[in-house]
Design a protein around this ligand. Structure first.
Ligand code: FNR
Length: 189
């Protein structure tokens, strides 16, 4: 069985270290996970005023999430929480009321920062949001990545064997989590 994983990168930066991390995660993931980025940068700011006539950008985001078997969030920490652009995307996907695209979806969160806390507070914040959205989160292992350019190379290779093994295990565990959730809660597409 192969699984489609949609991934959201919380950063809109052209030099995002979280994008580099996402490349490493894809390289180290089990072969039967297929990855598609779900872009968030082109979304307008969400307002309930549009709920009656949802714009194409919001619908495209919802359809991309709904077409995925699971969602991986790779996010930086902004001011001890998640970037506004990522929260905006989650708000879009969760609405209109009664059509929450995250309902029961298997999900995992991970992030990289230049500092040693490794986005721990952003991930706590994101977990709280995803709990309300009823996503089925992988709770263990957690992964708080202290990014250095010596270890995380631009092409997605990881120049430290214990970090590489840790990330490989993280992705293998995510695959197991996806399978467990979908066994109980198959996705209707
Ligand atoms: C940051 N950064 C940051 N780092 C951190 O560890 N905790 C924090 O709360 C914040 N807050 C924060 C706010 C804003 C507005 C910016 C622009 C940056 C630093 C951040 O970790 C660093 O810029 C990373 O490179 C961001 O990840 P990307 O965008 O490179 O993936």
């Amino acid at each position: 069985m192969s699984y489609k994983v949609g991934y959201l990168i919380g950063s809109l930066s052209s030099t995002s270290i979280n994008r580099v991390l996402s490349k490493a995660l894809i390289r180290l993931a089990p072969d039967d996970l297929e990855f598609t980025e779900i872009p968030i940068g082109g979304l307008p700011l969400y307002t309930p005023d549009v709920d009656e006539d949802y714009p194409a950008e919001g619908l495209a985001l919802k359809r991309a999430i709904e077409a995925s078997d699971a969602i991986l969030f790779v996010t930086p920490e902004y001011n001890r929480s998640i970037p506004g652009g990522l929260k905006n995307a989650i708000d879009w996907a969760s609405r209109p009321k009664g059509t929450n695209s995250f309902d029961h979806i298997p999900a995992a969160v991970i992030g990289a920062s230049a500092g040693v806390l490794g986005t721990a507070l952003a991930q706590q914040s994101l977990r709280s949001v995803l709990s309300f959205c009823n996503a089925r989160q992988m709770t263990s292992p957690e992964a708080y990545i202290h990014f250095t350019k010596e270890v995380f190379l631009d092409d997605g290779s990881v120049a430290n064997s214990s970090t590489e093994e840790f990330l490989r295990t993280y992705m293998a565990e995510f695959r197991e989590h996806i399978e467990r959730v979908l066994t109980v809660l198959p996705r209707e597409k």
